[in-house]
Design a protein. Structure first.
Length: 129
């Protein structure tokens, strides 16, 4: 199951509704999300794991001389100073899925994963840079 949410002003939400996909999440995902949201221990653990993962990625990116945009989400925007598509394609060949950043041809979007996944991403990045 996959689900997300956003918090914003009425104007921004109304604009997003104009371009959202036609199908919403399914009811099972919605029930699971509400249950997870009510589980404060789970929420705290998730937030803590995400923060630790972001810090790990920040340190690894900085060691490699790469710039990034600090994030409060579960992903980070990385500036590559070169076209991102060849790099993301090379990572994909290694089974590492990252995305070029929409509207920023020299950036990629990297989701925070488990510690082993974050390390695998950084190792893969070393091999393609």
């Amino acid at each position: 199951m996959r689900i997300g949410y956003g918090i914003s002003t009425r104007e921004v939400i109304e604009t997003l509704y104009k371009v959202r996909m036609a199908f919403n999440t399914n009811s099972v995902a919605q029930v699971a999300a509400l249950a997870a949201w009510d589980d404060l221990e789970h929420v705290r653990k998730s937030v803590d794991l995400n923060r630790a993962g972001l810090e790990f990625l920040y340190e690894g990116l900085a060691r490699r001389g790469l710039k990034y945009v600090p994030s409060f989400a579960n992903f980070v925007l990385v500036e590559l100073d070169r076209p991102a598509r060849p790099i993301t394609a090379a990572l994909l060949k290694q089974g590492i899925i990252v995305r070029p950043a929409w509207g920023c041809p020299t950036c990629m979007r990297v989701s925070v994963g488990r510690q082993d996944q974050n390390q695998r991403f950084l190792s893969g990045l070393d091999s393609v840079l």
